[in-house]
Design a binder for this molecule. Structure first.
Ligand code: NCD
Length: 336
């Protein structure tokens, strides 16, 4: 085949796990470690445009003609559907494969790598959720098309952290010198891991981690975050929650990561937020966030509290951030 006849990739891909450094085009989004403050700012600018529906700097359908594959080996409501919605809002199409272990050739014994190569042939980008830590990185090595990590086991969940950071930034107007509290399953919560990475990127941040002793962050991650300059203070009693934190980030205990159900039962719902709890330990200026789903750790009576922003702001921002990210990775913005 001559050079002229060769089918051309729409976007030439570079090596996986590259730093973003202000250029999202064709890059895999596997970890918050790839980001820097300037790239976050770029993403947030585009996210704000998506949020405000000021599409004048975009073609109306920036993903027109694009097909995005949603390959989800684990259950999902928000991540799956907000990606699906984001693609469609931008004029693209999706191929959706939920539970490929049962409903695709994976059930016949196909390897993960072969599955990735197959879907790579059908679309322009793959959004992947998988139970194994490192699966997104492996997919990125295999695929010439960009991979977006939608959660790899207890590893990372970068797009959740991006929407969490955007939500914190919207609330406080900055991402440095922030004091926050994260609670629940710090050991297994991938959203927590990615958000901590994000906060470690900025100076002066202090994070309190409230958890049962057995659900603390693994020691090497803790050390890495501290080496980057993030102040991390582990606590196990709500009495130790400082009154001046700007956000609370609550999480569920990750039942599916426990081998022993009895162990799970022992540590689940150690800290349940009720209106009384908010009154006793909260402060008027904070916001209460949760990546969702919640399974009892926030009493629905708290939902009416204006500080509870998990549905109306945080989950909503998931759509805008994913729209912005898809447009940037597929190289369809002209603003930045
Ligand atoms: C999170 C996840 O899947 O890690 N959910 C989400 O994507 N919003 C949090 C969780 O399942 O607890």
């Amino acid at each position: 085949m001559s050079e002229r006849e060769k089918p051309k990739l729409r976007h030439e891909k570079k090596s996986p796990l590259e730093y973003i450094k202000g250029d999202f085009t064709s890059k895999d989004i596997v970890s918050l470690r790839q980001f820097d403050p300037k790239s976050l700012q770029q993403l947030f600018e585009v996210t704000s445009i998506m949020r405000d529906s000021e599409m004048q700097t975009f073609p109306m359908t920036p993903l027109g003609g694009h097909v995005v594959t949603l390959l989800f080996y684990e259950p999902s409501s928000r991540t799956f559907n907000s990606f699906d919605s984001a693609v469609k809002h931008l004029g693209g199409e999706t191929i959706t494969e939920k539970d490929p272990s049962h409903f695709s050739s994976v059930s016949k014994g196909e390897t993960f790598e072969d599955t990735i190569r197959t879907f790579e042939a059908y679309g322009d980008l793959i959004v992947l959720r998988h139970p194994e830590v490192g699966s997104a990185e492996l997919a990125a090595k295999v695929s010439q098309k960009p991979i977006i990590n939608a959660g790899d086991g207890i590893g990372e969940h970068p797009t959740q952290a991006l929407l969490d950071l955007f939500t914190i930034w919207e609330h406080t107007g900055r991402l440095e010198n922030i004091r926050g509290l994260m609670a629940g399953d710090i050991l297994n919560g991938r959203t927590v891991h990615s958000l901590l990475e994000g906060l470690a990127m900025f100076p002066g941040n202090v994070v309190y981690l409230l958890s049962h002793e057995s659900l603390r962050l693994d020691r090497s991650t803790l050390q890495e975050l501290q080496d980057k300059g993030l102040a991390v203070i582990e606590i196990d009693s709500p009495e130790d929650i400082p009154k001046d934190v700007g956000f609370w980030y609550w999480t569920r205990t990750q039942k599916e990561r426990f081998k022993d159900n009895e162990e799970y039962e022992k540590v689940k719902n150690n800290y349940i937020i009720t209106p009384k709890f908010m009154k006793k330990y909260g402060n008027p200026n904070m916001v209460l966030m949760h990546p969702l789903p919640r399974v009892g750790e926030i009493d629905p009576k708290v939902d009416d509290d204006p500080r509870a922003i998990y549905f109306n702001k945080q989950a909503q921002n998931g759509l805008y951030v994913r729209m912005a990210l898809l447009a940037l990775v597929l190289g369809r913005t002209r603003t930045v």
